[in-house]
Design a protein around this ligand. Structure first.
Ligand code: ZN
Length: 433
């Protein structure tokens, strides 16, 4: 046996057809006869703000020992990539990287950067040439970025698992019984997550397109996910694969930044003070501003964020918060698209113009440091008046509903359940129906 091999694959799917994990599932089906896997197949979600990403920005890494050499493996992978990729989609630019040996630190750092920043293809190719890899890119090969990043994300700390069931017939309507999914959700809570969005009643385990995925369930360990195969009622299944993944771990949120340093499409974590009152704008979105010692920026909480908008609307200038999100260019400036809000400190008193003791109306300022006067009653007061404000919200962490969470977003029930390391035990992760 030779190895260990690390094969990264990305961008074999498009927005309308195909699925990188399905390419992986077929490769696994062939490899599993002879290869010795040292990890579950890895499904790595990368920076979700990259606009040219494929759906969900997910890449795959397979790690194993094999009797095959790198070139035989490349032929095998390429055969399936060519078979299943969307050849009609010009945006689709698959990339395959094969690394033999241990993953060097420089690739791990590259993988980390791909979670919260923008990486160029030039940067990727110059790194690929420096290390001992063979690689293949179709068209410009933009998928090489994700393929190498997947190899670098070795999931040594927090991770979750996803069991994906693939179907035989892509064009048929999916038959997955919602009652049985509710039962699965109830029986496995809190060890599985995002099965159903109870706020809208939407099933979250099934995709909606014509792709080969029948459903996918996410959770803490492979055993709990296998329960889905017994409880959930479905038809037309072909095979299943369990992936080890960074989904639901907040892996992209690891670096605080200053407002002034933010660049489009980066992941942002900003600690600051609310500087402009939140307002509803057309489309049901909420916009407010925050400031830190380097500048000020708009934060947008979009309509799909559901009830999170109502929390945001209760913020007041002066509140201390941490906003987590993605940097989006909008009307010649940048805005943070809110993914998670942490309220650190709410103000509960405010200084307002004093009220006239006689007529009870707000007094007018006489100019800076000149005090206040009621013109009608001719009463003068020096200082602003301190009032106490009742707040309807509390300090804490607030998230959008499951239906609008990113794949990487850590759901509420996982707080406190984070894993410090992986036990390295690989059990059965592939099966046929
Ligand atoms: Zn008065």
């Amino acid at each position: 046996m030779e190895g260990p091999y690390h094969i990264g694959i990305d961008d074999t799917d498009s927005l309308t057809y195909g699925c990188t994990t399905y390419v992986a599932a077929n490769i696994i089906e062939e490899l599993i006869k002879e290869a010795n896997f040292i990890d579950y197949p890895n499904l790595i979600r990368l920076n979700p703000n990259i606009p040219w990403k494929s759906r969900g920005n997910g890449a795959i890494c397979l790690r194993f020992y094999s009797k095959k050499n790198e070139y035989e493996l490349m032929d095998l992978v390429l055969k399936y990539v060519e078979e299943y990729r969307d050849k009609l989609d010009i945006k689709n630019q698959p990339g395959i990287v094969i690394l033999k040996g241990d993953v060097p630190n420089i690739i791990k750092e590259f993988g980390k950067k791909a979670l919260n920043d923008v990486i160029t293809l030039d940067e990727t190719i110059s790194l690929l040439k420096k290390i001992n890899t063979i690689y293949y890119g179709i068209k410009e090969g933009r998928g090489l970025i994700g393929a190498l990043a997947a190899i670098g994300n070795t999931l040594e700390e927090d991770h979750t698992f996803e069991l994906i069931v693939y179907r035989k017939n892509y064009n048929r309507k999916r038959e997955v019984d919602i009652e049985s999914v509710i039962k699965f959700d109830r029986e496995t809570f809190p060890f599985t997550f995002n099965n159903i969005d109870y706020e809208s009643g939407r099933l979250l385990i099934t995709p909606h397109g014509t792709d080969p995925v029948l459903f996918g369930v996410r959770g803490e360990d492979p055993e709990i996910l296998k329960i889905s195969l017994k409880i959930i009622k479905f038809k037309d299944a072909d095979k299943w694969v369990i992936y080890r993944t960074n989904q639901g771990t907040d892996a992209h949120f690891f670096e605080f930044k200053k407002i002034k340093s933010l660049k489009p499409y980066q992941v942002a974590i900003i600690k600051g003070i609310v500087s402009k009152k939140p307002v509803f704008i057309e489309g049901g979105h909420v916009i407010f501003s925050i400031a830190d010692d380097s500048g000020e920026i708009d934060v947008a909480c979009y309509e799909p964020s559901g009830n999170l908008r109502m929390i945001v609307m209760e913020l007041m200038p002066g509140d201390k918060v941490i906003v987590y999100g993605g940097v989006r260019p909008l009307n010649n400036k940048i805005t943070i698209n809110l993914e998670k809000l942490e309220i650190l400190e709410l103000i509960n008193e405010q200084y307002i113009n004093p009220i006239c003791p006689k007529c009870k109306k707000s007094m007018k300022s006489e100019g800076k440091n000149k005090g206040y006067e009621c013109k009608k009653c001719k009463i003068k007061v020096k200082e602003k008046m301190k009032i106490t404000i009742e707040r309807k919200i509390k300090e804490g962490i607030y998230l959008p509903p499951p239906r609008s969470m990113r794949h990487l977003t850590k759901p509420p029930q996982r707080y406190g359940m984070e894993k410090r390391k992986w036990n390295g035990i690989v059990e059965e992760f592939f099966g046929k129906f």
